[in-house]
Design a binder for this molecule. Structure first.
Ligand code: SF4
Length: 449
């Protein structure tokens, strides 16, 4: 789920791609596998059954606690096994195509993932938002989106494909690599933050994650679930589920499963209090209207005042920002432990909306506050690198069926002619990415408190 973005400033030049972060995609990765799947992969690779449990624990520690990206560093694994693992698997990260650092410390990475099957490489953005006492990473779940929320730039990009669990977890690993967020590794030092930038003074640099980048996470449930359970695993990345937030535009039938099977914090992309308006802003509402959505929220497991649902509400001038809307919002949310994030809309080229006047936003916030709900007005972060609230849109494009079949046929022919042939090709993005078309929502402050 994404919102909107200001294009007010040009981005600074991206920094170069650091050595050793490019993934070839030729070998299967051990990143993003469940413990069971990792055990099965090791058995298939010839690791004796009696050793498998111990080996999985070792690898899990090296990959997620120590953050290594090669098997050679795994000093408690025998030399022969390390060499064997190196031949059969990879821990390579996706390629970092661009890295930008905002004056306020927000960082944005454009990552390229290798081709899957007959597809082409795809690119997604991941944004890191440092604040006093916390650092939040905004992660994508899909390349593009099938939904067409009218205020959202991502909604204008067709779905290319779901990200795999490996690709979702890799966004977190890359961010921790680049931030030096492996406290157990001697010598791991964070990259210098810009002067005056807020960074967490102590503890982990990535303390919170939000599934709020490109795509609808509940349309990629299995991969998102697997990735988030790995992020929350106490012997690895070990992020508290209270510091992980999944944001949905309202895929009602999947909300109970998200609560029961993943158990992370929930955010709802609400934006309207009447079905006729929400049908227009979030067309999924036609299938799952507000009442059904809020009923699912009420039943979300584990809700309490300390564990509230976040409702996101983008402020659109003359559309959803009247005092009557605020009053109706309060009425609708009655009985749901909730907080409301008010998001000033940042127009994008061709967007049909304007941002509400500041007075209207304050009046709205006052009404909601008065009813006892926290309703922070989110100040966009990272505007100078176009990482402020909003519409991530990479230039990855869906392949036409005809092109996909042609590529599949070509790949099959190449594979039989040369076993080592890769089915790669140009990244799935068309022309060089225009930063004006690459934006990530960063309206995440305060989530997962
Ligand atoms: S569901 Fe898709 S179109 Fe709607 S806000 Fe999220 S990314 Fe944008």
């Amino acid at each position: 789920m994404t919102a909107s973005l200001s294009l007010a400033h040009r981005s600074p030049a991206p920094v170069g791609v650091p050595a050793g972060v490019s993934a070839s995609g030729a070998l299967p990765s051990l990143i993003g596998l469940t413990r069971e799947a990792m055990a099965a992969a090791l058995v298939a690779a010839g690791v004796p059954e009696r050793q498998v449990r111990m080996r999985v624990a070792q690898l899990w520690h090296w990959i997620y606690v120590r953050g290594v990206s090669d098997f050679a560093s795994m000093s408690n694994v025998s030399k022969d096994l390390r060499a064997d693992l190196e031949r059969k698997f990879t821990l390579a990260r996706p390629e970092i195509v661009a890295e930008q650092v905002s004056a306020d410390g927000t960082r944005k990475w454009l990552m390229r993932f290798p081709a899957r099957g007959a597809g082409r490489p795809v690119e997604v953005e991941t944004v890191y938002i440092p604040e006093e006492g916390r650092g939040t990473l905004c992660i994508s779940s899909q390349v593009g989106c099938t939904l067409t929320c009218s205020f959202c730039h991502t909604g204008t990009q067709k779905l290319v494909r779901n990200l795999t669990a490996e690709e979702i977890v890799a966004q977190l690993l890359v961010a921790r690599d680049r931030l030096g967020d492996y406290p157990e590794v001697r010598g791991a030092a964070p990259l210098a933050a810009p002067e005056g930038a807020m960074v967490p003074g102590e503890g982990r640099l990535v303390s919170n994650i939000v599934m709020m980048g490109m795509g609808e996470p509940l349309y990629n449930f299995d991969n998102v679930k697997q990735a988030l359970l790995i992020a929350a695993d106490g012997d690895g990345l070990s992020l508290s589920k209270r510091r992980i937030t999944l944001s949905t535009s309202g895929v009602v039938p999947m909300i109970p499963r998200a609560g029961e099977e993943i158990g992370v914090m929930l955010a709802i992309s609400l934006h309207a209090v009447r079905d006729d308006l929400r049908d227009e802003l979030v067309p999924l509402n036609r299938k799952h209207p507000i009442k059904d959505l809020l009923d699912a929220c009420r039943a979300y497991p584990g809700l309490s005042n300390a564990r509230r649902i976040t409702f996101e509400y983008v402020m659109l001038k003359g559309v959803n920002d009247a005092p009557a809307d605020a009053l109706e919002l309060v009425r609708l949310l009655k009985g749901i432990p909730a907080k409301i994030n008010l998001i000033p809309f940042n127009p994008w080229p061709g967007s049909p909306y304007e941002c509400s006047d500041w007075d209207a936003i304050e009046r709205f916030a006052e009404i909601v506050n008065h009813a006892g709900y926290a309703s922070p007005i989110r100040t966009p972060r990272g505007r100078d690198i176009l990482a402020a609230c909003g519409q991530l849109k990479s230039e990855s494009e869906r392949m036409r069926i005809k092109d996909r079949r042609a590529l599949e046929a070509g790949a099959a022919a190449a594979a039989s002619a040369d076993e080592g042939a890769s089915d790669g090709g140009a990244p799935d993005r068309g022309a060089a990415p225009s930063q004006a078309d690459l934006a990530m929502r960063a309206m995440v402050s305060g989530l997962g408190d």
